[in-house]
Design a protein around this ligand. Structure first.
Ligand SMILES: *Cc1c(COP(=O)(O)O)cnc(C)c1O
Length: 401
């Protein structure tokens, strides 16, 4: 693991455009011609390597982006999708059929939670939601029909770190797939190196980083990727969550600067987390020694990239949180918006936005309190200046003395 560096892996790929361009050419076509009818048949049967058939199956640009992301996650294959949820739902529906069972961390993205809790039971796929650190409970919940353990490497919004080495050991023992959503920690955590079978990202967030599109990817063995694209049985081919080639071209260009951006997001987030903790605020950030999973994350991460760009501050009540966020937006310190990984700081109150799919009592047991603000810290050049201005907002709203 020490020798692996995801940014080097991406950088070592070399692509040329059709006319010698420094960026690969976009193939602006939904369908492809064949010189012989026989090749068309073989392509449908999955035997014609290098031939394009129809853009729901694959496109040159989608394959370039997928290859770069497979390199980043150290897997033999990957497939890009139209959104992060498209990646998550495709993977789960490929692996789980009616009668199967899933074990999921209870602290996951609201959309994923709603899919597992409300959508899959109609197809007779049941999910047990558990504390991802309670290994006894996880082992006790495993049944003969359990196919998947699902978690986020850094959870949303509580920033709990899943012990992927331990979970992968359990999965190997019971022949279960470990699926990890790594959206919060690209480059810094490499789940496949720690034993994950499938690694998922919402490209919408840090990887694209410019908040101009949604996108997703799942990374796994080439065999698994091919299975999802099978024309008869593949969840990707049959559900059609395809990314558009123009979008994959723009995401690939943004991926080129991911390593620089992640370092700056992490630097800025750690700076603010330390300052606001010293000021006496209830800050949660995995880079703080006070964070309950700080040491675990330290043993799992590539140190160059830091502890990530997300932190939370609990200001007590929704009203206080709203007052502070509105003031910070007025002061141009960031935007009151969901999502993350933008150049500008984004903030939202998790309980009333991205985690609102999770019922109130469950949010309370999970520790998502009403006044919890999630910050995706931006790429601000002078973070001390930002800190002083944020602190002034905290004083105006009475959150700090
Ligand atoms: C945003 C997000 C998703 C969903 O991705 P979309 O691109 O919005 O579909 C899934 N998981 C996590 C952790 C996210 O933050």
């Amino acid at each position: 693991m020490e020798n692996f560096n995801a940014a080097n892996e991406i950088q070592d790929l070399q692509y040329f455009g059709e006319f010698g361009g420094v960026n690969p050419s976009i193939s602006d076509s939904s369908t492809y011609t064949f010189l012989s009818a026989k090749t068309m048949f073989d392509t449908f049967e999955g035997n014609a390597e290098g031939c394009y058939l129809y853009s729901r199956h694959s496109t040159p640009m989608n394959l370039y982006l997928a290859e770069a992301l497979a390199k980043m996650e150290n897997t033999s294959g990957a497939n890009v999708t139209a959104s992060g949820m498209a990646a998550i739902t495709t993977v789960l529906l490929q692996i789980c059929k009616g009668g199967d069972h899933i074990i999921s961390s209870r602290t996951i993205y609201g959309g994923t939670y709603a899919f597992l809790k409300n959508f899959l039971p109609a197809y007779n796929i049941q999910t047990s939601f558990l504390d991802i650190h309670n290994f006894n409970a996880i082992e006790n919940a495993i049944q003969s029909n359990t196919k998947v353990i699902y978690c986020e490497s850094v959870s949303n919004p509580l920033l709990e770190i899943a012990d992927l080495r331990k979970l992968s050991k359990i999965c190997k023992q019971y022949k279960i797939k470990l699926i990890v959503d790594n959206t919060f920690s690209p480059l810094s955590i490499s789940p496949a190196l720690l034993g994950a079978d499938v690694v998922i990202h919402s490209l919408t967030k840090f990887i694209n980083g410019s908040s101009d599109t949604v996108g997703g990817v799942y990374c796994g063995t080439q065999e698994f990727i091919d299975a999802t694209k099978n024309v008869n049985t593949g969840a990707s081919m049959l559900l059609g969550p395809t990314m558009d080639s123009l979008r994959s071209a723009s995401i690939l260009k943004n991926l080129r600067t991911l390593h620089i951006r992640i370092k700056q997001h992490s630097y800025n987030a750690l700076y603010l987390a330390e300052k606001f903790e010293q000021d006496g605020l209830k800050v949660s950030y995995p880079g703080l020694t006070s964070h309950k999973n700080h040491e675990l994350m330290t043993t799992m991460m590539h140190k160059d990239y830091g502890y990530g760009g997300i932190l939370t501050i609990d200001v007590g009540t929704t009203d206080k949180a709203n007052e502070l966020m509105e003031l910070m937006q007025t002061e141009n310190l960031g935007y009151l918006a969901v999502s993350l990984g933008f150049y500008k700081t984004l903030f939202s109150c998790s309980g009333s936005s991205t985690s609102s799919e999770i019922p109130e009592e469950e949010r309370a047991t999970m520790g998502i309190s009403d006044g919890l603000i999630r910050f995706s810290i931006g790429l601000d050049h002078d973070i001390e200046r930002t800190y002083q201005r944020m602190k002034a907002c905290m004083r105006t709203t009475g959150i700090l003395q």
